[in-house]
Design a binder for this molecule. Structure first.
Ligand code: UT7
Length: 354
């Protein structure tokens, strides 16, 4: 038994921000960003939520697959930037789609989330009686996680969503092999702090005495109602959200991407050269180029959308897969590799037959 991809979809926010546009925000240039990363533009969600983007990508994937929302049994959403801590992003997308028969939950494996989510959905389709079709979706608003004063990181990321419809099948088609890998991030090379780090009415000794006065003072000074002041004491970020040691992440990525893809090919019993298309995590064109060289594959085999999207974290592989399919690059029967890496540290690869 296996599970195969029936359809794909993706969604980008309306606002397109070029490298030149960004040079008005931080001290950077189109030349630096393009040369070091391959990124030319990214899309920023000003009005769109992660739910809007996720729902839109899923609707396109459902349409591509010829499946109704009511026929979906499972939704796995991978995200590090959900609209809410709870309900899950998957639950919000489920409601937006009207996928009334779906079991749903989120999964966070940072930028490798796509591979983890696909593997999880594939496994559940094999083992849960009655589960036949899944939506696997990555939806990210990285623009809300980056520090817009840090030029070394803010220029890299973008917003977007990508989705696939996965269906259990009786033959050994679709997903052939999956490799998931974790290492401790001992040097804190990639981290995004939680949002709920603001005023907290407790100390290690107990309730903080001054909290009530502070809230009252804040209310007076800001012309806020007490309810507004109380609400604003939670969910305040007091530290840069996304912190990254770029060179260390680069080293990790260039080491593990070829490793996991090779392992997944070995597990599937196919040669790396037999992969017609590889869909890598879209973090940096130079990382992808390095991985291609290490695997002995021409760079043209690796499908990229990074020029237009930047790094959309766990949505990036699904978005690139959708682009490749719509561009006619993926034909039935071909072997496809998908691979990602990210904070955690996480890495993974999937090999499937289209
Ligand atoms: O999804 C996973 C997330 N992350 C990644 O995959 C990131 C992996 N790492 C990378 O892609 C690269 O390390 C970066 C693209 C982030 C940086 O490239 P780099 O070649 O490692 O540059 P660097 O950090 O060593 O910086 C080189 C120079 C520095 O100036 P000095 O010290 O040489 O004078 C930086 O201050 O470039 C400067 N710099 C910039 N200049 C213009 C850093 N960011 C910028 C910028 N514009 N945006």
């Amino acid at each position: 038994m296996g599970s195969r991809i029936l359809g794909c979809g993706s969604a980008l926010p309306a606002l397109r921000v070029t490298n030149d546009d960004l040079s008005r925000v931080v001290d950077t240039s189109d030349e630096w960003i393009a040369k070091r990363t391959g990124i030319r533009a990214r899309h920023i969600a000003v009005e769109e939520t992660a739910t809007d983007l996720g729902v839109s990508a899923c609707q396109k994937a459902l349409e591509d697959a010829g499946v109704d929302a009511g026929q979906i049994d499972l939704i796995v959403c991978t995200t590090g930037t959900p609209d809410a801590l709870f309900p899950s992003q998957a639950a919000l997308i489920r409601a937006g789609l009207g996928a009334v028969n779906a079991v749903c939950f989120d999964l966070n494996a940072a930028c490798a989330g796509c591979v983890y989510a696909l593997t999880t959905a594939h496994s559940l389709l094999q083992t849960m009686p009655g589960m036949r079709r899944a939506l696997v979706v990555g939806s990210e608003r990285m623009s809300r996680a980056v520090d817009w004063t840090d030029r070394a990181t803010c220029v890299l990321f973008g917003d977007g969503a990508g989705a696939v419809v996965l269906e259990r099948c009786d033959d050994d088609q679709g997903v052939l092999a999956s490799v998931l890998k974790n290492e401790d991030d001992v040097d804190d090379v990639l981290r995004a702090n939680s949002l709920y780090a603001g005023d907290f009415p407790f100390t290690a000794e107990g309730v903080a005495e001054r909290t009530a006065e502070q809230i009252a003072a804040q209310s007076e000074a800001g012309g806020q109602t007490m309810e507004e002041a109380l609400a604003s004491t939670t969910c305040v970020g007091d530290a840069p959200l996304l912190l990254m040691k770029g060179r260390e992440v680069f080293k990790f990525a260039t080491r593990v991407m070829p490793e996991v893809l090779q392992e997944a090919c070995d597990q599937a019993g196919v040669a790396v050269e037999d992969l017609a298309v590889v869909i890598p995590h879209q973090a940096n064109e130079r990382i992808i180029s390095y991985a291609a060289k290490k695997l002995g594959l021409p760079l043209e085999r690796f499908h990229m959308v990074i020029q237009e999207t930047g790094n959309t974290s766990s949505a990036s592989v699904f978005m690139a897969l959708d682009d490749a399919r719509r561009a006619g690059r993926i034909q039935p029967g071909q072997l496809i590799g998908m691979t990602g890496f990210g904070a955690g540290l996480t890495a993974g690869a999937v090999v499937l037959r289209a």
